[in-house]
Design a protein around this ligand. Structure first.
Ligand code: A3P
Length: 301
């Protein structure tokens, strides 16, 4: 039986099976009981919210701004995605190999909601960085990612978005996943930010994260970080464009139509990609869920 931090969580995430099918109970159980190392750092997001961008910053801060090291090894090998191996290979015996083999300090990425993360994290002795992004921009970004990896190949963005709108969990997933961490934002073990904040003031976010991790940087390192993390640099950096993911993908349509992983990097880009009536409908749903949770989009951003 699971023991959730019930003072924080009243959502039944486990039954929603976010990103998982019914056969993942065992995997989620192993995640729940996962042994952590004292100096583990976690990055938690929903897909397409700026994970890779923040991950690159975190890895560099945790590794003395070793830019050469960052450029020499695919990001996934430096900072693995917890659920990836299980999602693709469904092999419980090997699911945790990437993080077990990692040398400390480990930086681990996950898209799981708070309640499904290792229970050890809830004790607050490990640092967790959470990045939110406006649901409509991340939906559009998900579409292009999905096309590249074969899932939405042959489907238009508008068709995809209509299907998304028809699901029960659209909006709920985005808002509640983030709101749980937003409520913890003043805890010393949680750093909450957004893609929009990183776009607005990357220097400020770098300063704040470096303080949060207690990894000070000098002026020269700040300038190098700003350059390395710029959209233009990350777009042409093969280690941050998820080439590993495409190489491991088993979908029959993977790679038939490809979009660069570091694709557009815009705030409110959805406005010229979705139909006005889709935006209106989606915003109404988002507002409903925000109101139910007693939070505004501006606060989450
Ligand atoms: P778009 O598809 O809207 O361009 P994630 O890493 O969570 O999957 O998020 C991917 C999104 O972050 C993509 O959004 C990608 O372009 C954007 N991104 C990655 N690096 C970025 C950077 N340096 N500057 C701005 N956006 C970036």
């Amino acid at each position: 039986p699971r023991s959730y931090p019930t003072n924080l969580i009243d959502k039944d995430w486990a039954n929603r099976k976010l990103l998982f099918r019914a056969d993942s109970e065992q995997f989620l159980g192993l995640v729940h009981d996962l042994k952590l190392r004292d100096d583990d750092v976690w990055i938690v997001t929903l897909p397409k919210c700026g994970t890779t961008w923040m991950q690159e910053l975190l890895w560099l801060l945790l590794n003395n701004c070793d830019f050469q090291g960052a450029l020499a090894k695919d990001q996934e090998l430096r900072t693995p995605f917890l659920e990836f191996k299980y999602l693709v290979f469904k092999d419980l015996n090997r699911a945790f190999e990437p993080i077990e083999e990692l040398k400390s300090p480990r930086l681990i990425k996950s898209h799981l909601p708070l309640a499904l993360l290792p229970s050890k994290l809830w004790e607050g002795n490990h640092k967790v960085i959470y990045v939110f992004r406006s649901p409509l921009d991340s939906c559009v970004s998900r579409y292009y990612h999905g096309v590249t990896f074969g899932f939405h190949y042959g489907k238009s963005l508008h068709e995809y978005f209509d299907e998304m709108l028809a699901t029960d969990d659209f909006a709920t997933e985005f808002i509640e996943h983030a709101h749980e961490f937003y409520q913890l934002r003043n805890e010393p073990w949680v750093f909450y930010t957004s893609f929009e904040m990183m776009k607005k003031d990357l220097r400020g976010v770098i300063n704040d994260v470096s303080r949060f991790l207690d990894k000070p940087i000098n002026d020269q390192q700040m300038e190098q970080l700003l350059k390395h993390l710029s959209f233009a640099e990350m777009k042409k950096n093969p280690t941050t464009n998820h080439l590993w993911e495409l190489a491991q993908s088993r979908h029959k349509n993977a790679g038939k139509e490809t979009h660069s992983f570091v694709r557009r990097g815009a705030v409110n880009g959805y406005k010229d990609e979705l139909k006005p009536e889709q935006i209106e409908k989606a915003n109404a749903r988002i507002q409903e869920v925000l109101a139910k949770n007693g939070v505004t989009l501006d606060e989450l951003l």
